[in-house]
Design a protein around this ligand. Structure first.
Ligand SMILES: [Zn+2]
Length: 135
């Protein structure tokens, strides 16, 4: 798999020097550049010790660089996939609102009760005792 690292990725490891969960230092190999737009760059950092992911926005301004990061359960591949995917628009939100306004959505998404197959017992059940006729 091809990994892309920009010059900013090395800077990302300096701006976000260690994992916020276990405090292990990031190396440059832990940083994947996801995209750049103007002065900002989006990177994904993966802790080599605890595998925690961090999405960080690096701002490279004239007066210096700064970063904002958030812990995520997205892998690098997840982050790339979501970045490429279509943006959610107003029609998508209205469609979801309509879907959940109708109680029938539960039929679509909630798990259905599992029907257990009938198991034929091979064990012989004791014959019913005949009741003696009352005299
Ligand atoms: Zn960690």
């Amino acid at each position: 798999m091809k990994r892309s690292h920009s010059a900013g990725s090395t800077g990302a490891a300096k701006l976000v020097p260690f994992c916020p969960v276990c405090e292990t230092q990031y190396g440059s190999a832990s940083v994947a550049a996801l995209g750049k737009e103007g002065e900002t760059e989006l990177v994904h950092l993966t802790c080599r010790s605890c595998s925690t992911g961090v999405l960080a926005v690096i701002l490279n301004g004239e007066s210096g660089s700064s970063s904002v990061g958030v812990v995520t359960d997205l892998t690098v591949e997840d982050a790339r996939r979501f970045r490429r995917s279509r943006r959610v628009n107003t029609d998508d939100v209205i469609e979801v609102h309509r879907l959940f306004s109708d109680a029938a959505w539960t039929q679509t998404f909630l798990p259905r009760p599992v029907r257990r197959p009938r198991v034929k017992s091979t064990a012989k059940t004791p014959a019913k005792r005949r009741q003696a006729p009352l005299s």
